[in-house]
Each structure stands twice: as structure tokens, then as C-alpha cells.
Write a protein that binds this ligand. Structure first.
Ligand code: APR
Length: 315
């Protein structure tokens, strides 16, 4: 396959390390740059002993960020502070907003044509932050900026399969909206294989998907938030982006992107990935009354999170 350089920013962290491993195992990656404020030389040395093709290099500290980014096709950002018990995703806002802003300034300078996958929460705001930074730098291409919502899809598939007693491998369903609480909306009416569900079942599975992050925060009891499942989901989405770049047809994943399919300026829905990033943002399809109501209910919160992000960069 073609040469593809991927950078992970925040590569020494709870998400970053397993994500780095999964990227090292990917047949689509030829060069892997691991960046963090510290610790990346060790992580890179460790991973470099794995006998797969990707050449791994570690970069530590702001002085090495430019080198990590130069030549990248795809930059994945799990840098930030994770959610602690009692903290909402929005409590993270101030710290992570500043981190994402600075990293995106460097991307605009060193690899303005790269696809950017943002994992740092709150994704509902950090993606608009990245868009605003790129706009100000004059490098913005809305086809190349993605918020990673794949963990919501992964969770909804898992919970649906478990509830229905079917093998999870064959299950697919879209999750739309945003990436926090009530802004997360799994479309169980569009699940394959299709199963009859009562409204109560749908409501229970919807809430479990929306609270999936909190379920992990509580289970980890003060030691962090989802890392392994997030790394898995991040790798799944990154590989979809790389397949699109490499010209594979019909690569479709849900992602939080700038879109006009609703009146909410950033919105997660199915996107078709191609050689230049997003080839097409797919519509929502036929929604049930339950799903329409949930969409109406999330609009205010999602719009406010988007505004917060944009204002953070403008002020
Ligand atoms: N540049 C690069 N890396 C940074 C920066 C920065 N400016 N600031 C922090 N980091 C690194 C930290 O050094 C750490 O290694 O980001 C990493 C974050 O790792 P953890 O603290 O273990 O957090 P993690 O659980 O991986 O979550 C990171 O992803 O899902 C989101 O909500 C989560 O926003 C959080 C982020």
C-alpha cells in the first residue's frame, strides 16, 4: 500500500498508549509518530520492537511537535485530561480546549492537509475549536476534520447485540448527534439485523449508550475514564479514514463533522470517506417519533457547546 504517516498526540496517555499499539498493528500505517509532553521516547522504543511494518518514532515536548507532525496524512488527538468521578465532560472544557487549540495551531503550520481525528473531550466543543483555529490560520477544510464518536457506535452495537442475544460481529447501527449525554442518539430503528423492540427497551438501551462513559468512570472508581474501548474505537475510525485516503470504496462511519443535514452546524451522522476525507455526509434517513423527539431535545445543548468552542478561540 501507499506510505501513510500517522501521528498520535497524547501518545503516553491512557488512550494514547493502546491506540499507538493498535496503529502499530495496522497494515495501513507505515510511519507512526508518537507525541506527548513526556514519556514518548519510552513508549516508542517499546512499540518499535513489535514486528510489524510501521516505523515508530517518539517526540516529547513542544519543541519536537513540528517534527512529529511534518508529513502526516492523519493526526489523532487524545491529548488532555480525562474525566474524574463527579466531573462532567464540560468540566474538562477549559483545560482541554487550550490543549486542542495549541495542537491545532501546530497542525495548521506543519501538516495543514492532514486529516484530523479529535478524541479529546468535550468533543462537542473541541471539534468547533479546531475548526475555528484552522479558519483563523487559513487552512480549514471541513472534509478533513472529525470528532471521533465511534465509541458510541461500538457501545450501541454491543448493548443491542447483548439485549437481543445475537452475535455482535454482524451488528451495525448509526449513532447521531453529538458525543455527550442526551446529545448521543443511537438510531435503533436502523439497526441491522433488524429486531422488534418495545419503546421501553429502546429507551433503556439509548440511556445506557448515553451513560456509557459514566459507567466506566464509576467502575474505575477514581482511576480514570474509558481508555481501552476508546483506543479500539479510535483505531477503527482512523483505519476507516486511511482506507478512504487509499481509495477504498464505500467506507462509511459515523463521525461528528461540520454539516448541513440539520440546523446544528456540527453534527454526527454517517459519512462516506474518500481520498480527500469526507466524500459525502449522509442524511438521517427515516426517523421514528422517539428519535425525532430526542433530536429536538438535544439541539439546544449541542448548539451551546458549539458556541462555547468557537467563542473560546475568538476571545
Ligand atoms: N500535548 C500533548 N499531550 C498532552 C498535552 C499537550 N499539550 N497535554 C496533555 N497531554 C497528554 C498527557 O501528558 C497524557 O499523557 O495527554 C495524555 C492524556 O492521557 P491521560 O491523562 O491518561 O487521559 P486519557 O484517559 O487518555 O484521556 C484523554 O481523551 O476521551 C478523552 O476525556 C478524555 O479528554 C480526555 C482525553
Amino acid at each position: 500500500g501507499p506510505k501513510r504517516k500517522v501521528a498520535v498526540l497524547g501518545a503516553a496517555g491512557g488512550i494514547g498508549q493502546p491506540l499507538g499499539l493498535l496503529m502499530k498493528l495496522s497494515p495501513l500505517v507505515t510511519d507512526l509518530a508518537l507525541f506527548d509532553i513526556a514519556g514518548t521516547p519510552g513508549v516508542a522504543c517499546d512499540l518499535s520492537h513489535v514486528n510489524t511494518q510501521a516505523k515508530v518514532e517518539g517526540f516529547a515536548g513542544d519543541g519536537e511537535l513540528g517534527k512529529a507532525l511534518t508529513g502526516c496524512d492523519l493526526v489523532i488527538i487524545p491529548a488532555g485530561v480525562p474525566r474524574k468521578p463527579g466531573m462532567t465532560r464540560d468540566d474538562l472544557f477549559k483545560i482541554n480546549a487550550g490543549i486542542v487549540k495549541n495542537l491545532c495551531k501546530a497542525i495548521a503550520e506543519h501538516c495543514p492537509k492532514a486529516l484530523v481525528n479529535i478524541i479529546s473531550n468535550p468533543v462537542n466543543s473541541t471539534v468547533p475549536i479546531a475548526a475555528e483555529v484552522f479558519k483563523q490560520a487559513g487552512t480549514y477544510d471541513k472534509a478533513k476534520l472529525f470528532g471521533v464518536t465511534t465509541l458510541d457506535v461500538v457501545r450501541a452495537r454491543t448493548f443491542y447485540a447483548a439485549k437481543k442475544g445475537i452475535p455482535v460481529e454482524g451488528v451495525d447501527l448509526p449513532v447521531v448527534g453529538g458525543h455527550a449525554g442526551i446529545t448521543i442518539l443511537p438510531l435503533f430503528s436502523q439497526a441491522t439485523p433488524k429486531m422488534d423492540m418495545t419503546e421501553k427497551e429502546i429507551d433503556t438501551l439509548t440511556k445506557r449508550t448515553q451513560d456509557g462513559g459514566t459507567e466506566v468512570v464509576q467502575a474505575k472508581a477514581g482511576k480514570g475514564s474509558a481508555t481501552l474501548s476508546m483506543a479500539y474505537a479510535g483505531a477503527l475510525f482512523a483505519e476507516a479514514c486511511l482506507k478512504g485516503l487509499n481509495g477504498q470504496k464505500n467506507v462509511i462511519e459515523c463521525s461528528y463533522v461540520e454539516s448541513t443535514i440539520t440546523d446544528i452546524p456540527f453534527f454526527s451522522s454517517k459519512v462516506r470517506l474518500g481520498p480527500k476525507g469526507i466524500a459525502e455526509v449522509l442524511g438521517l434517513g427515516k426517523l421514528t417519533a422517539y428519535e425525532k423527539k430526542a433530536l429536538d431535545a438535544m439541539a439546544k445543548e449541542l448548539k451551546a457547546s458549539i458556541r462555547n468552542g468557537i467563542e473560546f478561540v475568538k476571545k
